[in-house]
Design a protein around this ligand. Structure first.
Ligand code: 5GP
Ligand code: ZN
Length: 119
């Protein structure tokens, strides 16, 4: 598995920088965002360093499928209300014009009662 020694989220996935864990398996780590936009706001990342969604291809199908299918379970576990009255938002900012600040692929999962703090 490839890591970038200068990457913040590689360090978080490897436990070198502390975070509030939501979920972990052999390929995926999820943790609470340090500046939440919503009552529930966590990030899901691959443990391997992938810079953004712009770098994914066929070899990542299973990984991305696993991440996306984990969203409902983790969103409800972390306090999002059930669909359709509740729900959540999934966002992956990609590149400068996409608003990406941390260049390690991550999925934002935001939810909980309105109003949110941002967005
Ligand atoms: P982006 O703008 O790249 O889509 O999102 C990066 C997210 O990472 C932001 O929402 C920001 O609050 C979060 N973040 C940045 N640094 C840290 C950190 O050290 N710990 C945690 N838990 N979240 C962080
Ligand atoms: Zn990384």
């Amino acid at each position: 598995m490839t890591h970038d020694p200068n990457c913040l989220f590689c360090k978080i996935a490897q436990g070198q920088i502390p975070s509030r864990k939501v979920y972990e398996d052999d390929q995926i780590y999820a943790f609470h965002d340090i500046h939440p936009w919503a009552p529930v706001h966590f990030l899901m990342i691959p443990k391997a360093h992938i810079a953004s969604l712009a770098q994914v291809d066929g070899q990542h199908e299973a990984l991305l499928g696993r991440m996306m299918t984990l969203v409902p379970k983790l969103a409800l576990q972390e306090g999002c209300n059930p669909y359709p009255e509740g729900g959540w938002r999934v966002v992956t900012n990609t590149g400068a014009e996409g608003g990406q600040e941390v260049h390690h692929l991550h999925i934002h999962v935001m939810g909980g009662p309105r109003p949110w703090f941002k967005g």
